[in-house]
Design a protein around this ligand. Structure first.
Ligand code: SAH
Length: 440
């Protein structure tokens, strides 16, 4: 097929950090082929919709955006429309071609190949990205880098294994090359991604590398200031990983370890492979070695058969553990999953919302108490950008607390000591301690 003359592109993205990373990587490849980001999304010659289906709500938003794209395509038939991500999936349902007959190219998650081949001569499309940040992200301090693609665990509620395919660890050399290229473009913090990032390397026993080894190699790269990783699974996050985090100053003491439910009966039906007691033990192991570590979690409310007593167990665990951030989702059945096929969605929508709001209230109170302890303290903030509304600088602590602060000059990309003056449940506010932030 002939190459398409480059023009203006727009990528619409919804969903997890993996989708954001997929969008970044695709945008960089498009720009390497001469495309530029459209100033006005409606005028783009190429529209890419990068979709998520992990919850019903996300899928509905993607379907809404697709309906809009269909109408626009009628007015502008020459526009190229590409559908990407989890709505397409690794093994695409052929019925999608009929359902979305106005879509020109379908891309599985994390694979820009079909679009790049359509736009350019095949070999140009395969060229590795020397500049992995597209123009819009050139001043980014943080970038997400996929380490493990797909997932082979079959949690009863989760559609990801069906859409992102089986677990595949990327070769360490490839990941480190991508990180080096990002650092060369000014990135200072890297977040390694995987559905169960702790399982990095287990599918490549011959390569002899695990997450701890990958983190140690990445932590030593020139220019890097901070390294994070997510998502952890309570069954696979082990003592060696905790030791590595404790040993390497650039690896942040920050864990994202979903517990999903505090009820053992629900956890068993979810097929998560651990009990509430196992989860408590993991939290205790992290805190024994890293007392200040930030531990974030995900919870699903209203999973099939979740009784008031099951929910109370979840609320009690949340209350007891005093974690540092929580994503609370109301259960929605997802196609192909074991729960959708076998378990009736029997908790009414209003009850799911009541449970979500109750957990939200508990966690907001915990965070306002935990954050209040920071008043008067000095924290190290890696500066990301300036809050355009209030003109203050914005960044994060190693434990992922969001900080707004005043500082002279332009401290972007540096680690600045900030004395905290005010606190709120979701942020800290203060001022830079010294006029001389650490040199880059
Ligand atoms: N691999 C990670 C995250 C997967 S998706 C893990 O091991 O948990 C991110 C979050 O979405 C999950 O942690 C879960 O809380 C939520 N989620 C996944 N499927 C869901 C569903 N069917 N309904 C509601 N929330 C869901």
């Amino acid at each position: 097929m002939n190459a398409v003359a480059p023009g203006a592109y727009h990528i619409w993205t919804i969903g997890c950090q993996m989708n954001e990373a997929d969008t970044r990587r695709l945008a960089a490849r498009l720009e390497a082929l001469g495309w530029r980001e459209a100033a006005d999304p409606d005028s783009a010659d190429l529209l890419v919709l990068n979709t998520c289906v992990v919850r019903r709500q996300a899928e509905d938003k993607a379907l809404g955006r697709l309906a809009q794209a269909r109408a626009q395509k009628r007015r502008r038939p020459d526009r190229i429309v590409a559908l990407m991500g989890c709505l397409v999936g690794e093994r695409m349902d052929p019925a999608l071609r009929e359902r979305f007959d106005f879509v020109d190219v379908f891309l599985p998650p994390s694979d820009p190949g079909p679009l790049l081949r359509r736009l350019a001569a095949a070999d140009a499309a395969e060229a590795p990205g020397e500049a992995p940040l597209p123009a819009r992200l050139r001043r980014s301090v943080r970038a997400h880098v996929p380490a493990v693609l797909g997932c082979s665990l079959a949690c009863a509620y989760c559609v990801i294994p069906y859409r992102r395919g089986p677990e595949r660890s990327r070769p360490a050399g490839e990941i480190l090359d991508e990180i080096r290229a990002l650092l060369a473009q000014g990135v200072r913090e890297i977040v390694l991604l995987g559905q169960i990032v702790d399982r990095y390397g287990l599918d490549r026993p011959d390569a002899g590398v695990n997450l701890a080894g990958l983190l140690r190699s990445a932590a030593r790269l020139d220019g890097l200031r901070r390294l994070r990783f997510l998502t952890n699974h309570p069954r696979y996050l082990d003592a060696a990983l905790i030791e590595t985090v404790a040993d390497e100053p650039r690896i942040c003491p920050h864990f994202v370890m979903p517990f999903q439910s505090g009820s053992d009966a629900v956890l068993a039906r979810m097929r998560r492979g651990y009990t509430a007691e196992d989860y408590r033990a993991r939290v205790a192991a992290i805190r024994a070695r890293l007392p200040e570590a930030s531990i974030q979690t995900d919870i699903i409310v209203g999973f099939p058969g979740e009784t008031e007593a099951d929910f109370a167990a979840t609320a009690n665990l949340l209350e007891e553990l005093r974690l540092d951030k929580v994503h609370i989702a109301r259960y929605s059945p997802r196609p192909q999953t074991w729960a959708a096929r076998r378990l009736p969605d029997d908790v009414p929508a209003e009850e799911k919302e009541r449970r979500r709001a109750a957990l939200d209230a508990i966690q907001t109170r915990i965070l306002s108490e935990k954050n209040a302890a920071f008043r008067g303290r000095v924290v190290d903030v890696l500066v990301e950008d300036r809050d355009p509304r209030r003109g203050r600088w914005r960044g994060r602590t190693p434990c992922d607390r969001l900080v707004f602060f005043e500082a002279p000059g332009n401290p972007r990309g540096r680690i600045v000591p900030v004395r905290i003056r005010e606190t709120a449940p979701f942020s800290l506010i203060g001022a830079a301690e010294s006029a001389n932030p650490t040199p880059p």
